[in-house]
Design a protein around this ligand. Structure first.
Ligand code: AR6
Length: 177
């Protein structure tokens, strides 16, 4: 297992619900306001219950809003994970290449995980739902960024909700050098 902080984490692909993962931290595909929405965000709010809502309020009081591409942690609340690392993915644009912002979500989430001391982190397919990013591109950016980011996180688990996302991440992982 690579855990010397000089190379990317081992990646694992899993079909399932990110809120049920037994990991140190789960990543939330949030919006800048941080107080909730649909998709992963809504699922995390429901699963984390009142303590997750309270932790978000405290986070908003501390940092205000979270810009696109950035990451910030809160306690998870009623989930197996200890922390939620919120990231705000970019909305897909045909006109503008926002890939660097999407890559930043993964890099910054790993940096926050390192600050927390998290060793296992579950990621959703950030931006690939409500924010409309094409799945194959979202998967490629996710997989190449995470595997090339130096971190003490030893396991990065991509938790894919449906067959299409799982297939896209499988293709992306298969084309790694
Ligand atoms: N576990 C794992 N993956 C999931 C789950 C789940 N429980 N639920 C959905 N997905 P999205 P975004 C998948 O829309 O595109 C929210 O309203 C989903 O099928 O959650 O970054 C926020 O508040 C898709 O493949 O995130 C923002 O406003 C992927 O997770 C906005 O949506 C991401 O879909 C963020 O949009």
């Amino acid at each position: 297992m690579q855990d010397d902080g000089t190379s990317g984490p081992r990646i694992v692909l899993e079909r399932g619900d990110i809120t049920e993962q037994q990991v140190d931290a789960v990543v939330n595909a949030a919006n800048s306001g941080l107080m909730g929405g649909g998709g992963v965000d809504g699922a995390i709010l429901r699963a984390g219950g009142a303590p997750q809502r309270e932790a978000r309020k405290a986070l908003v009081e501390r940092i205000g809003s979270l810009p696109t591409g950035r990451a910030a942690a809160s306690d998870a609340g009623d989930m197996p994970a200890r922390w939620v690392i919120h990231v705000v993915g970019p909305v897909w644009s045909k006109q503008e290449d926002r890939s660097e912002l999407l890559a930043s979500c993964y890099r910054n989430a790993l940096a926050v995980a390192d600050e927390l001391g998290a060793r296992s982190v579950a990621f959703p397919a950030v931006s690939a739902g409500v924010y409309g990013w094409p799945l194959d591109s979202a998967a490629e950016i996710a997989v190449t960024t995470v595997t090339s980011t130096p971190t003490h996180v030893s396991e990065a688990r991509f938790v894919l909700f449906d067959d299409a996302a799982y297939a896209a991440f499988t293709r992306a992982a298969g084309s790694l050098p």
